[in-house]
Design a protein around this ligand. Structure first.
Ligand code: IPM
Ligand code: MG
Length: 370
């Protein structure tokens, strides 16, 4: 049996709590002889700052690059609010994304039938929702230079962030989106702000060119990012794949998450370019929710997004698509049975904690493997 090398970076806040549930699933699959895993653990974010003074060390980055997949929890929290900007917990995640070249961030927003009533939108708007946000992850305003606050002669300060996109960066993320759309409902909506931003003008131009040259069979529409945000809460099921830049993708994916019932449900995959000779690609999988300091350490967090991220790792990095399907089906079963953490609990119903939720998913998975 192949042994898959995983690097687990639980991070801060609820990260370690939800990561534990994923470890239970990996242990189970290993014990049952379903798949072989070698799991290394390491520190990132505030936990790494406490241990080494840096949000991620060179050794951890090297380990992440060597792993078949990185499973990432979450980073950040009030404890590190006063840490220097360059060394804040989030910088650990951003460095991993940049150094591993993880330019393609896939954020599927699927509304499980059992959760249609947990969304803040009406059931008929979200029932059956299945959209995929493809977010560019290593460019744009997150990384553009200059990025600084300078003091002017007047004593005023001036803050600068820089939005930069090159043709190549837009081209490669557009191709990822079109490729994925072909395996889905064959439609791509490209979101930018070409009405006020030069990077939006170039985005629009390059996406159109890639489409005409190689993906004319896929339906393409261009939408202004603000309008896209509005349409997502107005009539979300009009979308299939949404491709957008780093910042708009950050915002639109949080909106999309709430459509599915809870931010606690959304997994994500961050992928690098495929090596043409080995077919290997760097990959990091993380729940879209953050470290949720308000509920951290209380055993209340919903582990579904982290478990869903493991399923994505199995599908995209480990060649374990069938087990991924079963794991996702196990989550759906548990939700349908009414086992819910507080973020998705039915009104008046008892909510379970992180451990019970993980146990229930594990039991459903075990049953489906029999
Ligand atoms: C996300 C998060 C990160 C981001 C933070 C933690 C830096 O919000 O993955 O969506 O802004 O990309
Ligand atoms: Mg975000």
């Amino acid at each position: 049996m192949t042994t898959h090398n995983l690097l687990l970076l639980p991070g801060d806040g609820i990260g370690p709590e939800v990561a534990r549930e994923v470890e239970k699933i990996l242990d189970f699959l290993r014990r049952e002889g379903v798949a072989g895993f070698e799991v290394e653990r390491d520190l990132v974010g505030g936990a790494a700052i406490d241990a080494s003074g840096r949000p991620v060390t060179d050794e951890t980055v090297a380990r992440a690059a060597a792993a078949d997949a990185v499973l990432f929890g979450s980073v950040g929290g009030p404890k590190w609010d006063r840490v220097r900007y360059e060394l804040r917990p989030e910088a650990g995640l951003l460095r991993l994304r940049k150094d591993l070249g993880l330019f393609a961030n896939l954020r599927p927003a699927i509304c499980f039938p059992a959760l249609a009533d947990s969304s803040s939108l009406k059931r008929d708007l979200v029932e059956g929702l299945d959209i995929l946000i493809v977010r560019e992850l290593t460019g744009g305003v997150y990384f553009g230079e200059p990025k600084e606050i300078v003091t002017l002669e007047s004593g005023d300060k001036r803050a600068v962030d820089t939005q930069i996109y090159t043709t190549g960066e837009i081209d490669r993320i557009a191709r990822v989106a079109f490729d994925l759309a072909r395996k889905r409902r064959n439609k791509v909506s490209s979101a930018e702000k070409r009405n006020v931003m030069k990077s939006g003008v170039l985005w629009h131009e390059v996406v159109s060119r890639v489409h005409a040259a190689d993906f004319a069979d896929v339906e393409l529409e261009h939408v202004l990012a603000d309008n896209c945000a509005m349409q997502l809460v107005r009539r979300p099921k009009q979308y299939d794949v949404i491709v957008t830049d780093n910042l708009f993708g950050d915002i639109l994916s949080d909106v999309a998450a709430m459509l599915t019932g809870s931010l606690g449900m959304l997994p994500s995959a961050s992928l690098g370019a495929e090596d043409p000779t080995t077919g290997r690609r760097a990959a990091l999988y993380e729940p879209v929710h953050g470290s949720a300091p308000d509920i951290a350490g209380q055993g209340l967090a919903n582990p579904c997004a982290m478990i869903g991220s493991l399923a994505m790792a199995m599908r995209y990095s480990l060649g374990l698509g069938e087990i991924a399907d079963k794991l996702e089906a196990a989550v759906a079963t548990v939700l349908a049975d009414g086992v819910r953490t507080a973020d998705i609990a039915r009104r008046g119903a008892n909510a379970v904690g992180t451990t019970e939720m993980g146990d229930a998913v594990l039991a459903a998975l075990r049953a489906s493997l029999r």
